[in-house]
Each structure stands twice: as C-alpha cells, then as structure tokens.
Ligand binder design. Sequence first.
Ligand code: FES
Length: 548
Amino acid sequence: MSVTLTINGNRTDTVNGVSLFEHAEQLGVRVPTSCRKNGKCKECIVEVTDGLHLLSPPTDAESHLKDRFRLSCQCFITGTDGDIKCHTMRRGQMRIERHALGLPTSGKKIPLDPCVTRDGDRILLDGVEIDRSTGPIHGIAMDLGTTTCVLRLLNLETGELIADASFENPQRFGGSDVMSRIHYDTTVGQFLLMRTLAGYLTHAIESFPVDPKSIYEMVVVGNSTMRDIFFRQDVYPIGQTPYRSITEIEMADGKRTTTALTQTAAKSLLPIHPKARVYGGPIISGHVGADAAACMLAIDIANEDRLVAVMDIGTNTELILGNKDKILAASCPAGPAFEGGAIACGMPGLDGAIEDVRIDDATGEIRVGVIGNQPPEGICGSGLVDLMSELLRTGRMNEFGRFEDGSTRVTLDERRDIFFLESDVNELAQAKGANVAGLQTVASNYGVSFDDIDVFYLAGGFGRHLSVDASRRIGLIPNLPNEKIVQVGNAAIEGACIALLSKAKRQELEQLVRRVEHCRLETHPSFFDFFVEGCQFKPVETATERVG
Ligand code: FES
C-alpha cells in the first residue's frame, strides 16, 4: 500500500511524515515562500483536489484557510493508501521583453509624459524630488484580476517594455469570485488577502531584471473589489446593494474629487522605492472598475466616432458600448469558468494548459495544443471554448450542452488523467449565458442591435488566443463578421501602461469615467430571458429584433 502525490501534474510516491512542501521540492516544483517553512509567510498555499483525508489535520497557522486549501509546509502525509492531487497557486510565466509598447488599436504613439521625471541625477515625482540616481527609472503597470494578475515593467524615460509577469491570483483561497472575497476580507480581516498577494508581488518584482528601487511609480487597475482590497479599503459596501465602492460613496458625499486612489509603496508592502507612488485607477461605478476604465483608455473611446463594443471576458466580465458621445458600461459576474475555475481539470492560461483542441472528423481522435509545448496539466479558457465548439461541430454535444452518446466525460489525456465533464458544460453555459445576456442588456439600453456595432473588441487575458470561429459557434460572442471583430488581448493592462506613461492620459481617464453611464444588469426586465437563451450553445443572432 502506498500514497502517490501528483502536484502540478508531477507524480511521485510519498514518504509518511514528510510535508507536501518537501515533496514538491523533491519534484522540482517551485512553491512560493518567504519564511522558514514554519507557517509564517502564508504563501505556500496549495489546493488539494483529491486525497485531503491522507494529510495531517490543519494547524493553527492555517486557520485562515478553508475547504481544500492548505499550507504545504504545514501538512504531512499521514495516510497509507491512496492518491493525493494538488497544485500550487501557480506562479505563472515571466517574460523578458525589450520592445516598444504595442497599443492595440490606434497605432498612435502615446506622448511620453510620465509623473516621474529626471533633472540631472534628481528623480522627481510630480516635480518633487524623491531620490537621486543616474540609473534608468522604471514603473510598473498591473492588472489585478480576480483570477489572474499581470504585471508589466516599463522604462519611464523611453516607454520601453522591459519585462512582464503573470500569475494566478493567490487570493483564491478566499473564494473564486468577488462576492466571496468581500465576505472573506470583511469577516476574517487582518488584510490577509492583500498580504498574501503582496508576498507574490514581491517575488515577481524581485525577479525583474532591474533594481526594484529604480521603480518609482506603479499603476494598478482591477475590478472595484480587487482594487480596493489591494488598497486596504473597506470592501463591505461593494458587496451590499447598491454595490458601491467606498471611494464612490465618498465622492458622492463630496469628500473626494475622484475615485482614483494613491498610496506609498511602503504602505503597499512592495519592495519598490519606498517613496514611489502606487496609483489605483478610477473606477466607473459599482462593480464596473478600474480595469474597464483602463480598457476604454486602451481603445481610445474618448476620440471614437464609430460605435464600438468591448467584451473583456473574465471572472467578472466587463462590457462597454459606445463612442465619444455616449458610453454605457456594465459588469457581469460570469464566474471563473472561462478562466479555468470551477472546472474539474481547469486551469488559467499559463504553461501546461491545453489551449486548443481539434477532433478528427474521420477517427474522432482528440488532438490538443498545450501552452509552452509541455505535457498538459489542465485546460484553460480558450481550450474549453475550442473543445465545446468541436464537440458541437462533430455532433457529440447538443445545443443544450448534453453529451449525445450518453457518457458524462470526455478524456483529453488518459495518461495524465485530464478530462472534461458534462457537469463542466453547465458551469460554462452559465458563464456564457451571463456574458451574452449582459451584452444584450447593454445593447438594449443603448437602443441598438448587434448589427449596429462597427467594431467588436474581444479582450481579456485569453481573448487574444480565443478562436473567433469557435466563440461564434458556441454563442460566446455575437455572430458578427470577421472584419468587425478585433482581438485585443489584455486591454486593461494596455490602458494601465498608458496611464503610467502619460499624465495627460491619466487625467483624461479620470474625466472619462464621469461620463460613463453604468448599466445595472440586475434591474433590466429582460436580463433573465437573455440569460436563459444565452445558456444554449448556438450562434447569437445579431438582427435588430433580437435585442431589446
Ligand atoms: S512556507 Fe511560509 S507559510 Fe509555508
């Protein structure tokens, strides 16, 4: 009898009394840590998906964790027979890049006008000296998503992109959606979500190929909850109707002039220059946050004549519709399914994720493509969209999401036990239904049909790699012609970079958010009908009579 352990897809036999952390080390799996494996740093979190009963009981150091989450340095193998499966909060990829920032749409060069400037060896923030140095000066843009965190390091004097990093948001132990994070943050307290994230950010920043003390400003965007947790604001009001951030409430009361936030690096617990400023982009309203605002900056909607739509798919999908004259925005709690959450073998779009799927018409054989060309560990959002499209195309799944052969699972990789369940389809159907219903509601409020949209920006971490054909086939996006659909990738991080490099654009952003009308999906009379229809896997009609 023996206990096997599979961690991040690597399998080994275990030794009784040895911790998960030590087993991971032996397997060469890197586990985040900043302590002596004594339960202090709280960074070594793993999610145990199988075999929880084969581990020692939680210690006091783990009292902040619930369900399947454990600190890997605190749990030891105690069982004698069975399989344990777990994974770290994945650290993700780091890419070192050196090129000019490529903005998605306009191709116009953003005038370099950062808040941090140099006068000889004097480093100035808004004209006030904060340091002396002759070396390069840097800034960080961050898109803090519910599921994924993306950082970009820029040279503030040249606008050059130096490096980027992305990793799974480790706050997932506090729940996978914004409402559970709000509940966690307001009931457990002690800023544990923020402190855990700060540990991960510290590792990422220290891995950048520059001196962290040469980083003098950071721009943070994210949905209202993520941003406010990062800035240690009280997030309780965002979780209660009428769902308003504390900054929105204070602004309505005349206590502040913008919903943007600033604080010093020291308060943010980050290893950048202690006098650096951390700027949180302004939120729009309710759950429509600074990430949606940053998207608007990236697509230059303030100067747009055409009617454009943005669908930034994530755990919270952001929807924007408008042009320079009128803008509507909504936030749609679609859930984490398209980011790999709540799916049996789901994972974020990081190395090891199946990102494309083809089914051979003749043999029925399933072929997969994996990010990083390595053995698969799971399947990410673009892979899930491809898979469902292929199952539909080959008649193995019907438009209600049922498998036609009576089975309940599709095997993707037998050896590594990666599969897709019929119950996973339900999660994806609901996420898809919410996204489409949100878009239909916004169009209805705007008084237009999908046919009236001139440009449809498909944004989001996985938006760039998504197959447009597959997305249309399953009804994730409207049935618009190819020439109207533009895949812009992570528009929020692009917008954050613009706000970092240009003071003028940052001011424009703060003005722009005031002009946006917040479309509250939950109060629209047709939202539920749109949702029910949107849960089906079929193309979304675009004609006028189908909207409104
Ligand atoms: S390694 Fe620090 S808490 Fe486990």
